[in-house]
Design a protein around this ligand. Structure first.
Ligand SMILES: [Zn+2]
Length: 216
């Protein structure tokens, strides 16, 4: 199984690795900074052995990277894995502002079933089974989120079950949440953001979070 450097050091953008298997366009390596895990945060783009990572998936604790057809890698090759750091850091900010938003929403409005949670490089999209005009929550959300960010609170990230690679983040006194994403070290890193209401089916609600232009 590949060693997940993206959990051991979330801020690491490249590593040296050895190719451990090749199955056509799909390659595995012995250790990697390039993230993929179920749960909403999209996989990292970048290069592996100089070839662009077209897709990445996590399955049974292994990471499978799809490279272009015609790549020339072989099992045993030494390679460098490099991720698009600016894209990843934006994903981490959007991921964690979404985590905080869900905590603040739950605290103020109760828990509602989440029907969508997509953390994309340019925005996060969250949908709920919740019959509400979501824009009505924005003043409260903006005020409480901005305070949590301004307070620049340390964030704990660790394994709750190392063998099965189940992880969590925690801010003591605020929340402890199971999640395998790549989390920031401090809330202050999120910086300025903007909430937008987006269309949803009847009886549902959805919003988008974007980083304010110039963030970062
Ligand atoms: Zn998370």
């Amino acid at each position: 199984m590949s060693i997940k450097l993206f959990w051991e050091d979330t801020y690491r953008a490249q590593n040296e690795a050895v190719v451990t298997s090749i199955d056509g366009d799909v390659v595995t390596v012995d250790k990697t900074v390039a993230f993929a895990y179920p749960g909403g945060q999209v996989f990292d783009t970048g290069t592996l052995g100089g070839f662009p990572i077209l897709n990445a998936r996590y399955e049974n604790r292994e990471l499978y990277y799809t490279l272009p057809a015609g790549h020339t890698l072989n099992k045993g090759d030494a390679v460098t894995v490099i991720i698009d750091w600016d894209r990843r850091y934006a994903l981490m900010k959007l991921h964690f502002v979404t985590e905080l938003l869900l905590v603040v929403l739950g605290k103020n409005y109760g828990r509602h079933k989440i029907t969508q949670a997509d953390i994309l490089p340019d925005k996060a999209i969250v949908g709920f089974d919740w019959n509400i005009d979501i824009a009505g929550t924005f003043p409260t959300l903006n005020e409480e989120l901005k305070k949590l960010i301004a307070d620049d609170i340390p964030i704990i990230s660790a394994y709750q079950d190392r063998e099965n690679e189940k992880r969590y983040w925690e801010i003591p006194g605020l929340a402890k949440v199971p999640c395998g994403g790549t989390h920031l070290k401090r809330t202050g890193e999120i910086g300025p953001f903007v909430l937008k209401k987006i269309p949803a089916e009847k009886g549902k609600a959805a919003l988008e979070i974007e980083l304010t232009p110039g963030n970062g």
